[in-house]
Design a binder for this molecule. Structure first.
Ligand SMILES: [Fe+2]
Length: 421
């Protein structure tokens, strides 16, 4: 009898554990993705890659996000035709009702073992600060309806996320993706994520990108709003073609450096620390900073730090920092070290009130290291070992950068005031 009771108790506990797992899975998966997107225990597994079902979707911003964007997705089979249907009104997925459409470019990802297909739909002539509703259609298979909001024009106030190094620890990456989704849902003024590179451990293996792209689906809000990505190339993406196939070659091929204007008073320069920092790229940086001298907020995003928290400085220190200082850049976002950092304001290799501040170091999932917090430039700054994402609040009279942990706590905040330009 006692043995029977023990057996019943064990069954009851097992039942409770399974129910709890299903409940947790249901709470953490974006609703509306369907039963096929769940593991048997209820946890999120991503849209299944089969046939021409659009999966692994992402939305990419490049130079002019008030008027252009790329929606990209993956299909297991080569579709005969892929199209993005879109409209400035919600159509609940009723394909006949969307007023606009654009055909996607289809190609096979470069990989020896995995033979899947990318689909890139380039949108242009969009209206600024406008919500666009869309479905991805490959042959006869359509996605659910998603939406996104284009960047504003004029002297606008808005918010952005910044983060890097989402590689190598899938559980932590999913935690950070859910954190970004929560921030995005709580704060609809967030427009996009600037990513600082090192998405995956091996950027030349589609297997790694498959996992990253599937996990990226978790950044979509419950209502289906997609978080645009403004990508930078990291050293783990190496020189490989997959980065360009995933993100539709941001910047020029073999360069991947470009400038993004959000409104008329916010300049984001994305650089590639994986190729020569001098030469063409330094010329480009000088030209962009010179042409936008009067823009109120000036920001850079690149992977390998000039003022690192863990490793030694990259060639950004020699080639880019003098230009940042000449043109009075406000903040340089850096990744790669796997720690949270904010330096003091730096000019000419010393603390200076009118200097440039370096923030970031990569906390979107990779295991965090212990930073070298005794480096001189952390006096008056911060160096810590914690997963994190930065939230930027861009206003006319201030630019606030909050470093938010995986648990949603603000670990550090920094406010820049407009410079005299
Ligand atoms: Fe790196």
């Amino acid at each position: 009898m006692k043995r029977l009771n023990n057996h019943r108790a064990a069954l009851l506990i097992a039942g409770l554990v399974v129910s709890l797992a299903v409940l947790v899975g249901a709470l953490t998966a974006p609703p509306g993705l369907g039963a096929a997107d769940r593991n048997p225990d209820g946890s999120y597994t991503g849209t299944k890659l089969e046939g021409t079902t659009p999966a692994q979707w992402r939305l990419i911003w490049e130079e002019d996000p008030a008027h252009t964007a790329t929606v990209a997705w993956t299909t297991a089979k080569q579709p005969e035709k892929s199209t993005l249907l879109y409209d400035s009104e919600a159509r609940q997925g009723d394909l006949a009702k969307y007023r606009f459409q654009v055909d996607a470019t289809v190609g096979q990802y470069t990989d020896d073992e995995i033979h899947t297909w990318y689909n890139h739909a380039e949108l242009s002539n969009l209206k600024p600060a406008t919500t666009y509703w869309f479905v991805m259609v490959s042959d006869n298979t359509a996605s659910r309806e998603f939406h996104f909001i284009t960047a504003p024009e004029g002297d606008a106030e808005f918010k952005l996320l910044y983060g890097g190094d989402s590689r190598s620890d899938r559980d932590a990456r999913r935690t950070m993706n859910r954190r970004m989704r929560t921030l995005f849902e709580e704060d609809p003024e967030i427009l996009a994520l600037a990513h600082g590179g090192d998405y995956v451990a091996n950027g030349e293996e589609m297997e790694d990108w498959d996992e990253w792209l599937t996990d990226h689906e978790l950044t979509v809000t419950a209502e289906g709003r997609m978080l645009p990505v403004i990508p930078a190339r990291g050293n783990h993406e190496a020189e490989g073609p997959l980065y360009d196939e995933v993100f539709n070659t941001p910047g020029k091929k073999d360069g991947n450096f470009y400038r993004t204007l959000i409104g008329e008073q916010f300049l984001l320069v994305t650089l590639n620390s994986n190729i020569s920092a001098g030469g063409n790229q330094a010329d480009f940086l000088e030209t962009v900073l010179h042409e936008n001298e009067q823009v109120r907020w000036q920001i850079a995003n690149y992977h390998r730090p000039a003022y690192p928290a863990v490793k030694s400085p990259g060639s950004a220190l020699e080639h880019w920092v003098p230009l940042f200082e000449k043109y009075n850049l406000d903040i340089a976002f850096e990744s790669d070290g796997h720690a949270l950092k904010r330096t003091c304001a730096i000019r000419g290799g010393k603390q200076a009130d009118d200097g440039v501040v370096y923030i970031g170091e990569g906390g979107l999932g990779v295991k965090q290291r212990t930073p070298k917090d005794d480096r001189w430039y952390f006096k008056g700054g911060v160096a810590a070992s914690t997963l994190h994402v930065q939230k930027l609040t861009v206003k006319k009279d201030s630019l606030l950068v909050e470093s938010i942990t995986d648990e949603g706590k603000v670990r550090d905040s920094y406010t820049a005031k407009p410079r005299k330009r």
